[in-house]
Design a protein around this ligand. Structure first.
Ligand code: GAL
Length: 594
């Protein structure tokens, strides 16, 4: 971790006349910015035709920024392959779920499975690494830009199909093994050969869940492999930190797995865009917080990326004013950018970098704010950033000890419950965020997010494992040695890795069984005896455990055995608050008994 957190900005020298670069760099430094990120969309300027490389402009841009005293994040430009690349590899474009080719003319127009394109990315990463890998001012490298954004993890193209069949053959070894483990005897789906297996789209009705689940795992693995190919090359050529900028609420690939090959996790924080575009909050909430954003959603991602980066994380793109891409794009409240920035630092961010330096008068994002207006004057939020830099000089970051409570967050569980929601309102991310939000209401300012590969829960007071698709050996062993409270469910452990209901039924703990599931319409939540409701999901339980919460009609919804609690349902806000109070009381009693 850095001794003092720092500020940065995203800059696009290729968008501006060279005559203005030095002045831009001077003003960045004058504002108190330490970092500048460049290059992530500049491939067409680096290589205007296949093999025609032009780096003199980039050399000069780097020298200008470096000599002003800025530290540089250099990017590989692989999120925006130039037009000639598509001519060279016409089959590199991804296909959508309806079987349509996704065209050129915006960005992220590539298929993670296309080996030719992957080789081009490795080639450009090598060229950049050889040229700039030892540059003393290039202190970090970003690979690509926002994997998965614009729905780009899953592709249903012929190249994805070939790669998927290969992946399946590697995983199962024989077609009989695949048939057995998937359970393809259902609806006579049995295959004779791997090359008969299609991608799980365009089927008449729902495809087989084990088939879709493997496709989701495969698609995630393709992102990991794509990233690793560039990371491996850069490792040979630079000692600088490697990172990626993940995007909020993108769950189609396993961020922990990508993070394993990198040094720092960064994420792109657009609080107002997210509230309008990808939040589950109701209209009243959106209206109330339209100029602030959802502080819980923000905090969750800070904590998530602290986990993905194994303690090292940044905000790479912080919204500095209105964005252009949400249904409504309000200006933030005065003081809001300051609050977002310090909130990230309070959660442990090493750097907060704003997107972007100057609002651009052309292109898709011409209505997106920058720290500077299109005429070059400081925007109101630009002025705020200048003041933040001054304030930062006397700021002390809180210590990074483990939080008292943690929640396990698992990407595979998100995929599994998208594959088989059982109720249209069952969304794993929302379940985890509800619990996270409820904990913040209880005053937990910091919550750790744990991957499903965690083997030790440490000295925490409580760990939540909601909605986990399938138990991992690691989590089971972490539970065995943990002395705090463990709150499990709903739905946890309700499938095997192969997407079967486990023989002993879920949740896979002694003395308790989920024997049926009752899902609840939006207009039919069930009232609890002590106040609040359960919603969306209720499990019918056979148990020897103590029943600690019931519905008005006596149906068990929370059960306990020693340090284990099982939530057989999804509580609403009021019920959640009460249940948390009980947990807090319980851990106080435990402390007292010790
Ligand atoms: C991010 C992206 C940036 C820019 C920004 C606009 O998703 O990484 O390149 O498009 O959004 O808000």
């Amino acid at each position: 971790m850095l001794t003092k957190p720092e500020l940065g900005v995203c800059y696009y020298p290729e968008h501006w006349p060279e005559s203005g670069w030095a002045e831009d760099a001077r003003r960045m430094v004058e504002m108190g910015l330490s970092w500048v990120r460049i290059g992530e969309f500049a491939w067409s300027r680096m290589e205007s035709e296949p093999g025609k490389l032009t780096f003199d402009w980039l050399d000069r841009a780097i020298e200008t920024l470096a000599s002003a005293g800025l530290k540089i994040v250099m990017c590989t430009p692989t999120a925006t392959p130039p037009r000639w690349m598509v001519d060279k590899h016409p089959d590199m474009l991804a296909w959508d779920v309806e079987g349509r080719v996704r065209g050129f003319g915006s960005r992220r127009h590539y298929d993670f499975s296309h080996e030719g394109y992957r080789a081009e990315c490795v080639r450009i990463a090598r060229i950049l690494g050889e040229r700039y890998g030892k540059h003393p001012s290039i202190k970090a490298w970003q690979i690509d830009n926002e994997y998965g954004c614009h729905d780009t993890t899953l592709s249903y193209s012929p190249v994805a199909l070939d790669a998927f069949r290969f992946w399946l053959a590697e995983k199962y070894g024989s077609i009989d093994e695949l048939n057995r483990r998937w359970g393809t005897v259902f609806w006579s789906i049995e295959y004779n050969r791997f090359d008969q297996i299609d991608l799980p789209n365009l089927t008449v009705t729902e495809p087989h869940p084990a088939h879709v689940m493997d496709f989701r795992r495969f698609a995630s693995d393709q992102v990991v492999t794509f990233n690793k190919a560039q990371a491996d090359v850069l490792r040979e050529l630079t000692d600088a930190d490697l990172l990626h900028n993940y995007m909020g609420r993108i769950t189609d690939f396993d961020h922990y797995a990508v993070g394993e090959d990198l040094d720092i996790a960064t994420w792109d924080s657009y609080p107002l865009g997210f509230l309008e575009d990808r939040s589950d909050r109701d209209d009243a909430y959106r209206r109330k917080y339209a100029r602030e954003g959802d502080a819980d959603f923000q905090a969750f991602h800070h904590d998530l990326y602290r986990a993905v980066g194994r303690g090292r994380w940044w905000v790479m793109e912080q919204q500095p004013g209105p964005v252009n891409w949400a249904p409504h794009n309000p200006t933030p409240n005065a003081g809001q950018v300051r609050q977002w920035t310090f909130d990230a630092f309070d959660h442990g961010a090493e750097v907060v970098s704003y997107f972007r330096w100057r609002q651009l008068p052309f292109g898709q994002e011409q209505m997106h704010a920058g720290l500077l207006r299109p005429d070059g004057e400081l925007s109101e939020d630009g002025k705020a950033v200048r003041a933040i830099a001054t304030e930062l000089e006397s700021y002390t970051q809180p210590s990074d000890e483990p939080a008292e409570v943690a929640i396990v967050f698992d990407y595979a569980s998100q995929w599994a419950w998208e594959v088989q929601p059982q109720d249209k309102n069952f969304d794993y991310f929302r379940l985890v965020l509800d619990i996270y939000t409820g904990l913040r209401k209880q005053g937990c300012a910091r919550i750790d997010i744990l991957p499903p590969t965690t083997t030790d829960f440490g000295v925490r007071k409580a760990v939540f494992i909601p909605g986990l698709f399938a138990w991992t050996e690691e989590l089971k062993s972490a539970m065995d040695t943990f002395e705090g409270q463990i709150i499990i469910g709903p739905r946890t452990g309700s499938r095997t890795e192969d997407f079967h209901i486990p023989d002993g039924l879920s949740p896979g703990l002694n003395g308790i069984k989920v024997v049926a599931v009752d899902t609840l319409r939006e207009d039919s939540p069930l009232l609890l005896s002590d106040g609040g409701h359960i919603q969306i999901w209720r499990e019918v339980i056979e148990t020897e455990w103590d029943v600690v919460e019931t519905t008005r009609t006596g149906k068990a919804v929370v059960l306990r055995a020693g340090r284990l609690s099982y939530w057989a349902s999804w509580p609403d806000e009021q019920a959640l608050e009460r249940w948390f109070e009980k947990i807090v009381q319980k851990s106080h009693n435990d402390d007292y008994e010790k």
